[in-house]
Write a protein of this length. Structure first.
Lengths: 116, 114
C-alpha cells in the first residue's frame, strides 16, 4: 500500500517569508500526488496535483511543489506567505483500489500559521 | 453551481440515537465519497459510490450505512451513535476515479456523540 508522511505537524512563518511544507511518499511505482488545503471550518480544496507530465507543479495562490523521485518527496513551497495562507495542508496519494478505481490516502496534515 | 452541500453543519447526539447526514452534489458526478476526520489525523474513507445504486465499503465502515438512489444524493446513516463516532464528516464527489481525478469536498458536518 502507498502512504504519505508529512514531516511537520505545525509550521509557523512570518508574513512575506517563504513557506516550505514537507511530504514524503512511499510507493512501488510512479505515484499520483496531490496537495489539498483546508481553511478553518471549510471543506478541502485542491491546490495542485502531480500527473507525471512535469516534476515542478504550479498550483493556485502562488503555491508549487516539486516531485523528486530520488528523494521520494513532494514538498510544497511558496515564495512569500500571506495571512490568507493560514490553513491546514494535506499531502495525498492516489492508489489503485481494484480495477479502474482509485482511492485517496491522506497524510495527517500540516497546520500553517502566518504571523503578521 | 453550489458544488457539494452537506446538512446539518453541526449536530449533537446522545449515545444510541440515530441520524442521517445529507450530501448533495450538482456537478453530475458519478463518484461520491464519505470521509471522517479526527483531530490530528488525515481523512479516512467510510464508504464510496461509483454510481446510483452502487456502493462499497471504505477503510472504516463499521457503524455506518449508505444508499445512493440518485446521482445527486449520497446520505450517510448512523444507526446507533457511539462516542467513537464523534468526528467531522466530509462528503466528496468526483467526475471519474482515475489516478489524477480531483475530488470536490463539501464544508463538513461536525458531529458530537455524548
Amino acid at each position: 500500500a502507498q502512504s504519505v508522511t508529512q514531516l511537520d505537524s505545525h509550521v509557523s512563518v512570518s508574513e512575506g517569508t517563504p513557506v516550505l511544507l514537507r511530504c514524503n511518499y512511499s510507493s512501488s511505482y510512479s505515484p499520483s500526488l496531490f496537495w489539498y488545503v483546508q481553511h478553518p471550518n471549510k471543506g478541502l480544496q485542491l491546490l495542485l496535483k502531480y500527473t507525471s507530465a512535469a516534476t515542478l507543479v504550479k498550483g493556485i495562490n502562488g503555491f508549487e511543489a516539486e516531485f523528486k523521485k530520488s528523494e521520494t518527496s513532494f514538498h510544497l513551497t511558496k515564495p512569500s506567505a500571506h495571512m490568507s495562507d493560514a490553513a491546514e495542508y494535506f499531502c495525498v496519494v492516489s492508489e489503485n483500489s481494484g480495477g479502474s478505481n482509485y482511492k485517496l490516502t491522506f497524510g495527517k496534515g500540516t497546520l500553517l500559521t502566518v504571523n503578521p | 453551481n453550489a458544488g457539494v452541500t452537506q446538512t446539518p453543519k453541526f449536530r449533537i447526539l446522545k449515545i444510541g440515537q440515530s441520524m442521517t447526514l445529507q450530501c448533495t452534489q450538482d456537478m453530475n458526478h458519478n463518484y461520491m465519497y464519505w470521509y471522517r476526520q479526527d483531530p490530528g489525523m488525515g481523512l479516512k474513507l467510510i464508504y464510496y459510490s461509483v454510481g446510483a445504486g452502487i456502493t462499497d465499503k471504505g477503510e472504516v465502515p463499521n457503524g455506518y450505512n449508505v444508499s445512493r438512489s440518485t446521482t445527486e444524493d449520497f446520505p450517510l446513516r448512523l444507526e446507533l451513535a457511539a462516542p467513537s463516532q464523534t468526528s467531522v464528516y466530509f462528503c466528496a464527489s468526483s467526475y471519474g476515479t482515475g489516478a489524477y481525478n480531483e475530488q470536490f469536498f463539501g464544508p463538513g458536518t461536525r458531529l458530537t456523540v455524548l
